[in-house]
Ligand binder design. Sequence first.
Ligand code: HEC
Ligand code: HEC
Length: 506
Amino acid sequence: MAIDLDRLTPVERAQRQRRRWRWAIILAVIAALFYYFVVANEYVVAHTDPQDHFKYGSIGSEVANGLPLDVFKALPVMYRDRLGPEGWKSFGLLYEDGEDLPVGFSRRIALGVERVWLNCSVCHVGTYSLPGESERHMILGAPSNNLRLQDMILFLLDVGKDPGFTADALITAINSDQVDGHLNVLERQIYRLVVYPRLKEALLTLNGQLDFVRRQAPWGPGRVDTFNPYKSIQFNFPMGPEAISDVALNASSDYPSLWMQAPRAGMNLHWDGNNSSIAERNLSAALGAGVTPVTVDRAAIARIEDWMRSLPPPAYPEPDTIDLAAAEEGAGLFAEYCAECHGIGGSAGYDYSRDRHPYLGQVVALPAIGTDPGRWASYTPDFSAAQNTLYAGYPWRFRHFRKTDGYANHPLDGIWARSPYLHNGSVPTLRDLLEPASARPRVWYRGSDEFDPVRVGYRSDKAGGGAFVYDTSVPGNGNEGHEGRAYGTDLTDAQKDALVEYMKTL
Ligand code: HEC
Ligand code: HEC
């Protein structure tokens, strides 16, 4: 009789059973840890300094809209013929020494992939240099004067459509010496099967949403169309020629300054005064940077909000050069002509009081202000109704957006650092703004960050170096309005010079 050697004793059977359980539990724990640390969890670099947080901190835009870091680095290698040796920098992005990402880009690891995308500072940092000086100064919270966002968007749309943009080409670029991505066999498969197809699809979707940007007049450096892309991306508004007029289509706007937000509470801001809540303006801006109501990092934005509340306006660079007698005469003129709409400087800083300045933070109707109608027309009642459904279901749901009848009066603190002027950046200097429109520069160069301390603003006469030709006859670029007696354009030349001298002190 054969002996069944495989027969287990009852004790052995119980032991085997227990071992199986043990393995099941260990595997479950490993899976749970993997899920927690790799799939569900996200990693961000913490920046303790508020300025570093503003420049490089993540607000949550990477997850839904970001590019994997390796792709971000590979695209300038693949498209060197288009971007040149400067790569992303050719879109006016600012790189600081020792940083591998430009100002305004942040990183976050989600689903195990490191992604990069935009934060607030990409649009809200300006630079200037003084005449005869090569050093470039950066002002955090000043309007960007360099960013060519339209060119960057069109580049990404074209990449999505390019038949040469294949998984193999992307992998080769990532593994090139310039990027040094070292994708191994497994990672290459993940790129081929997951990363590349998703990216391609996302870029093609974006192409469908933003195709209309190709029909728009050039934005040039330092401007963005605030609301048309927002209409299309967030709400699928139709943007074809049958759905939108040429006036409303060409709505590119200058970037505003971000300092001293606390005294701006309750003012109707954005260029057309469409929202009186600072918190909503910030959350709305974050959507523009690519966050979604699900991915938004409200704590990260709250830190920026806090910092902006009392961020001081930048002081005029060479205060000793200000002609004090002229500035004093200018202060009197400013109090007489400008303060009721804009507020005024004071010994304790800018006076934002809306009791003393009844029109500050209010809207001047379009026929009275007379500036270019594009930005105003782009913001429609339908769109404001749609915006007020955003973040539905959360306590911070939008409720303050509204259609207004014109453009808002803003405080003019730090105004020397906010050129070019008016909502569409159509007037290069403060001195030009005090001339009637017929005497303002009609075609000028935008993109120099050399500061003109006489007329106050960036120089507008410097061709070359990729300067952008700003033609005021193009739709959306009109430089008319803010003129007539109430706006100081009838004053004498000496009085206008005095006003400009005074505005250096704000
Ligand atoms: C893509 C560029 C861009 C990004 C990114 C961006 N902004 Fe802005 N921001 C603008 C523009 C343009 C306006 C003016 C909008 C208008 O009225 O047309 C603006 C307006 C504002 C205003 C209102 C200022 C005023 O006085 O009216 C605040 C506050 C603001 N942004 C904060 C932020 C914050 C906070 C972030 C990041 C969460 C951010 N922005 C990201 C472009 C940007
Ligand atoms: C009736 C109200 C009113 C008066 C008076 C007024 N402004 Fe304005 N100002 C506005 C409005 C509204 C805008 C925004 C117009 C736009 O961007 O289309 C503006 C814009 C400006 C800007 C551009 C701001 C920027 O960020 O680009 C400057 C500078 C300015 N005004 C200076 C003055 C000066 C100087 C005076 C007095 C000589 C003056 N304003 C008088 C309403 C007024």
